[in-house]
Design a protein around this ligand. Structure first.
Ligand code: SF4
Length: 422
């Protein structure tokens, strides 16, 4: 049997697909690319924005058109939306609305043997940087976010299982592991046992080469104890935090139900930078939240500029089912053209801020994980502080390895050319 998997949305989804691929491979299923002929197409969907829903529907149609005999399995967050939202139906389409989506797929494919979630199974991926899911679910219920409704409460992976998987990955040659989850900072909080920082300490102790990165951590889940211990782990953890801001206006933050103020966020940045002045801080931000006035947005733009992020994902607010903000959108929605203009303004700010951050490393040494090769035969990778770099001459043996480099110049405003031999 030939199976192709398409993943939409966040890195947690990608991890889950990589894990599903490993389970299928163990059952001797042939995995093929999505553009190839397959008996079964699996679409691991997303529903975090209206755009993700649209993309999910497009990929379902595409898969159904590929082969008139193939079956299409739709799994993931989109399938967990209310039925009236899922405007899809076809005799060859199987919508699997299940929290344990991978197991549900295996059951559908009658692959009974693979049902056990062995800790010896590691994600199946060709990528040099491996994402390891250690947590699922969220109980925070920010007032715009549908995710807790789709993914349920916080569930943490057993720390021994995570350590075993990381060790196996290291033995396989992986040099960077990104720990990810839906609300990663909540890791271990529901069990009251191993918390995120303790897990990181154990991982660093039980492995010897691999460097660890955190995918994203909410500002209200980072405390001084966490930071003190994080920075004692040295080069084995990346000098990079992704800390969602969402808004730089206290009134909007309050209405979003985020649980912090701009003062608290600012204080957190100051504390982090006291440990490492050059650390990368990236973020997520939403424009056009219902009721966001011009003055509110001006506060956000100013705060966004003042912090000086190294990267940012800017999202245009879209109403999601189950959420209070979707009701507010009806009476207090910000017109789309204003949302677009606010997105443009923040994009310009982050562009400048990113450039300033990248340029501050010209002439300095960094460690880059060598990942891919582009059409110009230049190798691309990311440094420990998540600067994308291109390397002009390199041996194929360096793929997947972390190598020292010196930043030579910044080019095209974003990409930085570098030379080996720092
Ligand atoms: S912390 Fe807020 S934004 Fe993040 S998943 Fe939970 S509810 Fe959604």
């Amino acid at each position: 049997m030939k199976v192709a998997i398409k993943t939409l949305g966040c890195k947690v989804n990608q991890c889950e697909s990589d894990y599903l691929a490993a389970l299928l491979k163990k059952e001797n299923v042939a995995l093929v690319d999505f553009d190839q002929e397959a008996d079964c197409y699996i679409i691991n969907s997303c529903a975090v924005t209206a755009m993700s829903e649209k993309k999910t529907r497009q990929w379902v149609s595409r898969a159904l058109r590929k082969n008139q005999y193939s079956h299409v399995f739709l799994i993931g967050c989109y399938t967990r939306l209310p039925r009236q939202h899922i405007r899809l139906s076809h005799p060859r389409l199987h919508i699997i609305d299940a929290m344990d989506k991978n197991q549900a797929v295996l059951r559908q494919l009658r692959l009974a043997k693979a049902h056990s979630e062995s800790s010896t199974i590691i994600p199946e991926t060709k990528r040099a940087r491996v994402w390891l899911k250690i947590e699922d679910g969220c109980d925070h219920f920010c007032r715009y976010c549908v995710v807790p409704h789709l993914r349920g409460s916080v569930r943490s992976e057993d720390p021994n299982r995570v350590i075993r998987q990381a060790t196996l990955l290291e033995n396989r040659g992986t040099q960077e592991i990104v720990l990810c989850g839906i609300n990663l900072g909540m890791y271990g909080k529901e069990t009251g046992k191993t918390h995120l920082i303790q897990l990181l300490e154990k991982l660093v102790k039980k492995t010897s080469v691999v460097r660890f990165r955190l995918s994203s951590i909410e500002p209200f889940l980072i405390d001084s104890e966490f930071l003190k211990r994080y920075f004692t782990l040295g080069h084995r953890v990346c000098p990079h935090f992704h800390i969602p801001l969402q808004s730089g206006c206290d009134q909007v933050l309050e209405r979003m139900g985020r649980g912090y103020t701009t003062d608290m966020y600012h204080q957190l940045m100051t504390t982090i930078r006291q440990y490492d002045q050059r650390i990368a801080i990236s973020t997520d931000i939403i424009v056009g939240f219902p009721g966001e006035t011009d003055a509110n947005f001006a506060d956000t733009a100013q705060f966004f500029q003042d912090i000086g992020f190294s990267r940012a994902h800017i999202f245009i607010f879209s109403p999601r089912p189950f959420t209070p903000a979707s009701q507010w959108e009806k009476s207090q929605g910000v017109p789309h053209f204003i949302k677009k203009e606010r997105e443009r303004i923040l994009t310009e700010i982050i562009h400048q801020s990113q450039l300033k951050y990248y340029r501050s490393f010209i002439g300095k040494s960094l460690s880059v994980l060598v990942e891919t090769q582009d059409n110009n035969r230049k190798v691309t990778g990311y440094s420990e502080n998540y600067i994308p770099v291109k390397i002009e001459s390199i041996s194929p043996a360096d793929y997947g390895h972390i190598i020292p480099v010196r930043i030579e110049e910044e080019h095209n405003n974003i990409i930085i050319f570098i030379r080996l031999g720092a």
